[in-house]
Write a protein that binds this ligand. Structure first.
Ligand SMILES: C[S@@+](CC[C@H](N)C(=O)[O-])C[C@H]1O[C@@H](n2cnc3c(N)ncnc32)[C@H](O)[C@@H]1O
Length: 211
């Protein structure tokens, strides 16, 4: 069994189905006390705050893993919002689909495939005309390419918020350079208080093209 499958077995027997908050707490418990999972974990505060502040209507998560951040985001979204999350690893995606369903959300939230193939299909195949909030949490080397793909396919709403994990350590220097240059006067980078700066948020960057 893979780590995500082991985690899911634990979740299934220890959580309250239909209660996203309890599912997140059960994941946290497993990750702290049994086996480490590379999901968002204790750094979730920034993401929660930004979702709450921005109330986005079209959200894209790149890198689902076991669906932890997906249900964290989904439970905070306003009515009528749509969330898609993209995962390229089939075994992780299979677990995440079950987690998302267990939490009471639509499992068609998850799109299987590598982000570079999924992003160009978002409009035609998934009816997503634009996104106003993106959580980048897949491989760091894909951040810049995927941001440029989103721009090339005219998917970013003006003023879209981009939250990118781990951009200082281990780092995504080309991505950072690009975003700062695009944002010019209006790009803000805020760091968490964590020593390894696990989450950085880049918000208010006017990289989107359309209102
Ligand atoms: C750090 S984990 C994501 C954690 C998740 N966002 C959370 O907080 O619960 C990174 C995930 O990104 C996936 N991934 C990496 N590169 C990808 C790509 N180009 N397209 C889709 N998924 C990708 C990996 O398979 C892995 O499951």
């Amino acid at each position: 069994m893979s780590p995500t499958e082991r985690a899911f077995q634990y979740i299934l027997t220890h959580t309250i189905p239909g209660d996203p908050q309890h599912i997140l707490e059960t994941f946290d418990h497993w990750s702290y006390h049994c086996e480490y999972l590379s999901n968002l974990g204790p750094q979730k505060g920034i993401l929660e705050r930004l979702i709450y502040e921005k109330s986005p209507l079209r959200v894209l998560e790149l890198g689902t893993y076991c669906g932890y951040a997906t249900i964290l985001i989904a439970q905070l979204l306003p009515l009528g919002a749509r969330l898609y999350t993209v995962e390229m690893d089939d075994r992780k995606a299979a677990v995440a689909e079950k987690v998302i369903r267990l939490a009471g959300f639509d499992d068609d939230t998850l799109i299987r495939g590598p982000s570079q193939e999924v992003i160009p299909q978002l409009k035609e195949k998934y009816g997503l005309s634009h996104v106003d909030f993106i959580f980048m949490d897949h491989w760091k080397r894909c951040y810049l390419r995927d941001l440029q793909l989103l721009e090339a396919h005219d998917l970013l709403l003006e003023g879209a918020t981009i939250v990118a994990d781990n951009i200082i350590f281990p780092g995504a220097p080309h991505f950072m350079q690009y975003v700062k240059a695009c944002g010019k006067n209006n790009c803000s980078v805020s760091l968490t208080g964590y020593s390894r700066a696990r989450i950085e948020s880049l918000s208010g960057s006017p990289i989107g093209r359309r209102k």
